[in-house]
Ligand binder design. Structure first.
Ligand SMILES: C[S@@+](CC[C@H](N)C(=O)[O-])C[C@H]1O[C@@H](n2cnc3c(N)ncnc32)[C@H](O)[C@@H]1O
Length: 380
């Protein structure tokens, strides 16, 4: 029998809704086998080493789930028996802590808490019968996260190779009030037409997320290089093989010498934190932060910069009554002074695209947590 970590199996990489095409492009570029874009993510069929690389390299991925089984599941007995038949010792040490997360739709077993509970029982019973071990349930800092996805009475049982969500890169020292998720920030930069050499400006930079992710992209730094992953805690983990992959990724890092990453924010309190974030990726020399109103920047003629930003939404940041005015003034400033620039602007709703007043733009819906945002892309 093939060891559960050696076989070539289906993986599902999740992302924020709206970023599937970007993620699909990334997965293809990584050369992973048998790639297919689906709703909510991208599927590939590969070995454990492919999952390592997916975790380390994919910028818009949120989790990499490794499928253990997919089976018709009309009742609780089938769920329990099938989950119990898995060799969990490949993924969890006898004293390890684990957590089960379940999602159920259009199925006889439609109570996700119950499904998670029965799966948990099956895992505990399986390990106890095999070795007398009794692992514990640990929501925080689990050694293993198990995903159960039940749809139309078909159950997909997966292990989460990532551990913490991949938006937690490990570089963030400062949060600010409303930081955009690192995975979405990377999606904004990857969708923009920035050539990774021209100056990149974020006039509403907050904690600097977009600029830091841009620095990682421009320098070829793997987004996962500053953190650990769930698979590293698995008993069968090949630490030596994984170490080589990490070293190869580190050896590749090279920042374009003259790249300028420029952040502005009306609130000066963000700027020391933004600089601290820039320092933590080791590329602070390329960053410049300054306090000021985004609508009053003295843009340089013919500079050809890319403006990438996430504007205040008015829900957590910004006065909702002034949002129309802010978008109007910002759009007017760009239209008057920034001919030849590109923009990639994440805004809180479709209406702001019109208020900004550009002649032409593409608009991509992106779900940012509970906020339905729009990414506006174009040239001025
Ligand atoms: C949605 S937050 C940006 C968050 C940022 N992307 C991050 O990841 O931390 C919007 C930012 O716009 C700033 N802001 C609001 N009005 C502004 C203005 N007129 N000019 C410049 N910055 C402004 C706020 O202080 C806030 O930091």
């Amino acid at each position: 029998m093939v060891h559960p970590l050696e076989s070539r199996v289906e993986h599902f990489v999740t992302c924020s809704p709206g970023l599937e095409t970007t993620l699909h492009r990334e997965v293809k570029a990584l050369g992973l086998p048998k790639v297919e874009q689906q709703v909510g993510g991208v599927r590939f069929i590969g070995r454990m080493e492919d999952a390592w690389r997916a975790n380390l390299e994919l910028r818009t991925a949120v989790r990499v789930l490794r499928r253990l089984d997919r089976f018709p599941c009309p009742d609780e007995k089938t769920l329990y028996e099938t989950a119990k038949s898995v060799d969990w010792s490949a993924f969890l040490a006898s004293d390890g802590g684990f957590f089960v997360d379940a999602q159920c739709r259009e199925s006889a077993l439609d109570h996700s808490q119950f499904v998670a509970q029965r799966t948990k029982d099956a895992v505990v019973d399986s390990l106890r019968d095999a070795s007398g071990a009794r692992p514990s349930v640990a929501k925080e800092d689990a050694d293993l996260r198990i995903h159960v996805h039940m749809w139309r009475d078909r159950c997909t049982l997966s292990v989460d190779t990532s551990g913490d969500s991949l938006h937690k890169r490990g570089w963030r020292k400062y949060q600010g009030y409303a930081p955009v998720a690192e995975t979405i920030a990377a999606g904004v930069i990857l969708q923009s037409s920035w050539d990774r050499r021209a100056p990149l400006v974020d006039p509403f930079c907050g904690s600097g997320t977009l600029l830091v992710e841009a620095a990682l992209i421009a320098s070829g730094t793997a987004p996962g290089i500053f953190r650990g992953f769930g698979f590293e805690k698995w008993p069968g983990h090949d630490a030596k093989g994984w170490g080589k992959i990490r070293e190869a990724a580190l050896a590749r890092v090279k920042m374009p010498a003259k790249l300028q990453l420029i952040g502005r924010d009306l609130d000066p309190d963000h700027l020391p934190g933004a600089l601290e974030n820039a320092r933590s990726v080791g590329l602070a020399d390329h960053f410049e932060f300054e306090a000021g109103d985004a609508c009053a920047i003295a843009w340089k003629k013919g500079w050809g910069a890319t403006i990438a930003s996430n504007l205040p939404y008015g829900i957590r940041v910004g006065d909702p009554d002034n949002l129309d005015q802010l978008h109007h003034a910002f759009g007017a400033s760009l239209r008057t002074s920034c001919a030849g620039y590109n923009f990639a602007l994440l805004v809180g709703s479709r209406q702001f695209a019109h208020i900004l007043g550009f002649q032409k733009w593409d608009s991509l819906p992106i779900q940012n947590g509970s906020l339905s945002c729009r990414l506006l892309l174009g040239g001025i």
